[in-house]
Design a protein around this ligand. Structure first.
Ligand SMILES: [Zn+2]
Length: 332
């Protein structure tokens, strides 16, 4: 299946191969093993997802790709727990890896509870971002249709929309059409968030909720499944209808930026992927403001920037994404 994944500095389409649920390594890991860095990381990550009552490590291992006494000790401990040959080594098709794969990854939920509660705390702002962006798009439409007779009587909403979408000298009727599409996109984000957020607040965090934890341990920020996938490569743990939160989100310390990223994911989430209307990725942050008008209309970060600006204002947006400073006029 195809997923759209947000990494530290890009958003790309990845293909999940069938059977990702089975964690694999290319060469042996542990005492006397080959210990390729990526294999060591796989075993460290995998061990950390196994609950202590199932033989997982306590405290959790540092996922640093480096083999050492702690990682080897955790492998040996796991083997003893499961009465396997305790040689402190995991082989690609050996019994230790097989057993690790068979176990439920119970520790995952515990480890990621903090991420979900961070998201729950963000939810009011995410909803407010959608509503503010919707209102500003509406005011911009009014301004175009009514000019000085519009309710707000100010140009700011239109200028703000023009900053992020660069309507240029195209016809007014075309701009109106596009502003209605922009507005509709924010309406969809707002209604999805308000109709599907309750489970994030105290409900079953793995129940029907948009946001859930990545069960695969990917080193990304977030990903979601594209509708235009490859059905032959379905994997049981990952479904469409969710945004999966990954461990690299821990590196996003600024809360406004965290919300921006979540909103960006929501724009993908409501995208119907039709050719004329799809919203994918062409550029982030300052790069989003250097795209052509056509690309901006189909670029998720332009929508997220508009919503961040609409709700947090220029000062907070620039504080959380400093590279934007020179591109946003002070009066907006
Ligand atoms: Zn994206």
């Amino acid at each position: 299946m195809l997923v759209r994944a947000r990494t530290m500095d890009a958003c790309r389409v990845y293909r999940f191969e069938g059977g990702v649920s089975a964690w694999t390594i290319a060469k042996s890991v542990g005492l006397g093993g080959v210990n390729r860095k990526e294999d060591v990381l796989t075993i460290q990550t995998l061990l950390n997802r196994i609950a202590v009552v199932d033989g997982g490590p306590l405290p959790p291992l540092q996922e640093d790709s480096l083999i050492g006494p702690k990682t080897m000790g955790a492998i040996r401990h796991f083997q003893q727990w499961h009465q396997l040959v305790a040689d402190a080594r995991v082989d690609p098709s050996g019994p230790t890896l097989k057993r690790m794969n068979e176990l439920p990854k119970r520790a995952l939920a515990e480890r990621n509870a903090a991420l979900l509660s961070r998201l729950a705390a963000s939810m009011p702002d995410l909803i407010a971002m959608a509503k503010s962006a919707q209102r500003i798009a509406e005011a911009a439409i009014d301004h175009l249709q009514l000019g000085t007779a519009s309710l707000t009587g100010t140009q700011r909403p239109y200028q703000l929309a023009d900053l992020y979408f660069a309507f240029g000298q195209q016809s007014q009727s075309q701009t109106l059409l596009e502003l209605r599409f922009i507005r509709a996109t924010f309406v969809r984000v707002g209604s999805v968030l308000t109709s599907r957020h309750p489970s994030v607040f105290g409900g079953n965090p793995f129940g029907v909720s948009i946001f859930t934890i990545d069960p695969l341990g990917k080193d990304w920020m977030a990903y979601s499944v594209m509708q235009a996938g490859d059905e032959r490569r379905e994997i049981p743990e990952v479904h469409s209808g969710h945004v999966y939160l990954c461990r690299s989100l821990d590196q996003v310390l600024n809360e406004d930026l965290f919300k921006h990223i979540m909103f960006h994911e929501m724009i993908h989430f409501v995208d119907d992927e039709s050719k004329e209307r799809q919203i994918i990725d062409h550029g982030y942050k300052e790069h989003a403001l250097k795209l052509t008008h056509q690309l901006r209309m189909h670029n998720a970060d332009n929508y997220a920037l508009f919503a961040s600006h609409a709700w947090f204002g220029r000062a907070r947006l620039v504080a959380s994404q400093p590279s934007l400073a020179g591109l946003i006029p002070n009066h907006l």
